[in-house]
Ligand binder design. Structure first.
Ligand SMILES: [Zn+2]
Ligand SMILES: [Zn+2]
Length: 288
């Protein structure tokens, strides 16, 4: 067994490969600061903090991890683009779609990765492409090699995270979604974390995508992708609707918090949400 390499201030985006015969060959892309803990969570299920999409489909192997991102936001954006190559402006022109019968899901994800590493802004980052499982290693095609300055390496990592909150260097572009990197067009489609020290600003739909269970219309809960606190969807929506919430307090909303907030959606603007937002946004207004 190779000694793990110690890496400080780790921000990684990983690729999981499913070993379960029923789902064999499925893949999953995720972001983590602690890959060793993260893979255990995926394999234990949602109760341990694993993602809904991977739960009960294990065992999963963390095959590959790309790291060396300057901060969590940069890594999250990489994750989103890797998951959504046709929606990402940087990759759209390549029309990256899986070729049926010619490539596996795994090979497709590697192909997307090889393209991502060659375009800006990622081609300028000092990234490391680490194969955690040697038997899954695949050489990048000669014409699709990552830039010279990126390192391809092998073997496990041991993480030594020095900074707890790592939004250093983040400029406040508050109208840009931290997850998908696109502009947040209307005021209503913006969502923020309930942790007052967290800088998460994103589209409601981008966060919902991360929280949603298959077959569900309304997310229930999930972890903030930046600060990792547990967030209940209802609390987030309540906040958008103009009710503030104290993290340390309970979820009760008083008249004072209702009237003292400037984030109430005017009814005329609320109508516009219909066009842009999926139905769950309106649905949950009734429930809460
Ligand atoms: Zn977004
Ligand atoms: Zn947060």
């Amino acid at each position: 067994m190779t000694e793990p390499e110690v890496v400080e201030d780790f921000f990684g985006v990983y690729l999981l490969y499913c070993l379960n015969p029923k789902y064999k060959g499925r893949t999953y892309i995720g972001y983590t600061r602690e890959p060793n803990r993260r893979i255990m969570q995926h394999n234990r299920g949602t109760w341990a903090g694993g993602a809904y999409r991977t739960s009960n489909k294990g065992p999963w192997k963390m095959v590959l991890i790309v790291h060396g991102f300057p901060n969590n936001i940069s890594a999250l954006r990489f994750e989103w683009a890797w998951q959504n190559p046709t929606k990402t402006t940087r990759l759209q022109h390549l029309y990256l779609k899986k070729i049926p019968r010619q490539e596996s899901e795994f090979q497709f994800k590697l192909r997307v990765l090889s393209e991502m590493l060659r375009v800006g802004p990622w081609c300028r980052l000092p990234l490391l492409i680490r194969w955690l499982e040697k038997e899954y290693f695949e050489e990048f095609p000669v014409t699709r090699k990552p830039p010279e300055h990126m390192k391809i390496c092998y073997g496990p990592v041991k993480i030594k995270n020095l900074k707890k909150i790592d939004n250093v260097g983040y400029e406040d572009k508050s109208e840009e979604c931290i997850i998908c990197c696109r502009l947040i067009k209307s005021y209503q489609s913006k969502i923020k974390c309930l942790n007052q020290f967290c800088v998460l600003v994103c589209h409601i739909s981008c966060l919902a995508d991360r929280f949603l269970e298959p077959g569900e219309y309304i997310p229930i809960q999930g972890s903030c992708p930046l600060c990792d606190i547990k967030l209940k969807w209802g609390d987030l929506i309540r906040k958008i609707k103009g009710c503030s919430l104290d993290l340390n307090g309970d979820c009760g909303v008083t008249d004072e918090t209702l009237s003292g907030n400037d984030e109430v959606i005017p009814s005329n603007v609320a109508d516009e949400i219909d066009d842009e937002q999926p139905s769950w946004f309106l649905d949950c207004k009734e429930d809460l």
